[in-house]
Each structure stands twice: as C-alpha cells, then as structure tokens.
Design a protein around this ligand. Structure first.
Ligand SMILES: N[C@@H](CCC(=O)N[C@@H](CS)C(=O)NCC(=O)O)C(=O)O
Length: 219
C-alpha cells in the first residue's frame, strides 16, 4: 500500500518530506491539509497526530507526525534511504544534531523573516525585527558554511538528512524579496548544488508568490 503524506505542498516542513520521498523515488499519495485546506481540527486528523500540525505520514496503520521523525523513519524503511542516514551510531548522531539545529535554530529565525515578508502587509512590517531575524539566519548560515568547508555536503561526500533538514530553507531564504543579505560563497554554492537536484526543483524550489498578502487580496 502506498504511503500517504498529509500536508499542504507549500509548507516548508511538508516540503522536507516531499523532497526525501522524491529523492528516493518512493510511491506516495498526498492529501493536502493545513492552511487554506484546513482539516487540522478534524477528529481523524487529531487521531493521527497529537500535535495538530503538518506533515503527518501514514504507512498502513502506522501514523507519524514531525518532519524530522518522518525523515528518519523513511530513511530507515525505504529502499535507498540508508545513504541519507547511514547505519552507524556516530554518523547518525551527527546528522541528528544538524536536524535539531535546522528545526530549533534555523527554522524559528527563518520563519520570523519569512512571515514578516510574505505574510505581513508592507505597512505592518517591523523592519527592525525583520533585520534582526534576517541577521540571525545569516549567522546560522555561516555555521553551515564553516561546517561545509570545501566539502560538497554537510557530512562530506554525499548528501544526507543533514542537508535536507537545513537545505530546505535555502531556496526561500536566498530568493526572498525585501530583505538584504550578505553574500556567503560556501552556502550559496551549496544552495546551487541543492537546486541542481531534480527533487529539489520539483518540490522545494517552487513558486510561493501566492502566499504574499498582496496575492491574497486578489483572490
Ligand atoms: N516541528 C514540526 C513543525 C510543524 C509545523 O509547524 N507545521 C506548520 C506548517 S510549516 C503547520 O502545520 N501550520 C498550520 C497550518 O499549516 O495550518 C515539524 O517539523 O513537523
């Protein structure tokens, strides 16, 4: 039976999972939930996730919320997944720490910046708050750049869940209007490498103009 992913395709946390599924060539169905699709308060959705957020994965009778947990589950159960999460405790621990960094450091600051640009009408934007969160995202990016050094991927010669759980934010961060960024050679090259991947192009580097407040005004 095909896996089912619940979540709207423009959610960054859903995109993380879509990306890995697409890299692996796994067969799956998507049922869009959250945002304008709603459904997060439905009893059947709440039965699948105590957290009331997307993404949620269904594998037969088994359901799992939280994007990082889903990535690890897929990497351990799907053919080809091992390459993204090699079966060695220390390698996995390092990848886990990058995934935590992605969710706990990068994501909150990125979301502040993204929401202030994309979800806030220009007149209501707090430019000082925006400048501060953007600066913090850039500081987090510097850490990625230092870890990359001259390697193509965070863990070295091959792409892993460490790159997926942090790289998912890069398309939107480096393409956002309004904000000013400093150039970051290593991180921009890594972003370019990510962007060359067909899976990234297909599900992450997608148009998000419909999320802008001016877009909402036209609908
Ligand atoms: N830590 C969670 C965060 C999930 C989350 O914040 N999801 C957002 C979308 S990115 C959500 O469900 N928002 C409510 C909505 O879309 O209606 C994860 O990584 O899966």
């Amino acid at each position: 039976m095909a896996l089912v992913l619940y979540g709207r395709k423009d959610s960054i946390n859903v995109q993380k999972v879509l990306w890995l599924l697409t890299e692996l060539g796994t067969e799956f169905d998507v049922i869009e939930k959250g945002g304008a699709f709603g459904g997060l308060e439905d009893e059947d959705f709440k039965a699948m996730s105590p957290f009331g957020r997307v993404p949620v994965l269904r594998d037969g009778d088994f359901t799992l919320p939280e994007s990082n947990a889903i990535l690890r589950y897929l990497a351990q159960t799907q053919p080809g997944g091992d390459a993204f999460y090699p079966n060695d405790p220390q390698t996995r621990a390092k990848i886990d720490s990058w995934m935590d960094f992605g969710s706990m450091s990068l994501y909150p600051d990125f979301m502040k910046t993204f929401s202030m640009v994309v979800r806030t009408p220009p007149k209501e934007r707090k430019m000082n708050v925006l400048a501060m969160s953007t600066r913090r995202v850039q500081m987090e990016c510097l850490k990625i750049g230092q870890a990359l050094g001259d390697k193509p991927w965070i863990m070295g010669e091959s792409i892993t869940l460490a790159d997926i759980a942090t790289g998912v934010y890069m398309y939107r961060f480096w393409s956002l209007p309004v904000i000013t960024r400093q150039r970051q050679g290593r991180v921009e090259s890594w972003t370019a490498r990510l962007t060359e991947r067909p899976a990234y192009q297909q599900v992450v580097a997608t148009d998000y103009r419909h999320m802008f407040p001016s877009a909402a005004a036209h609908h």
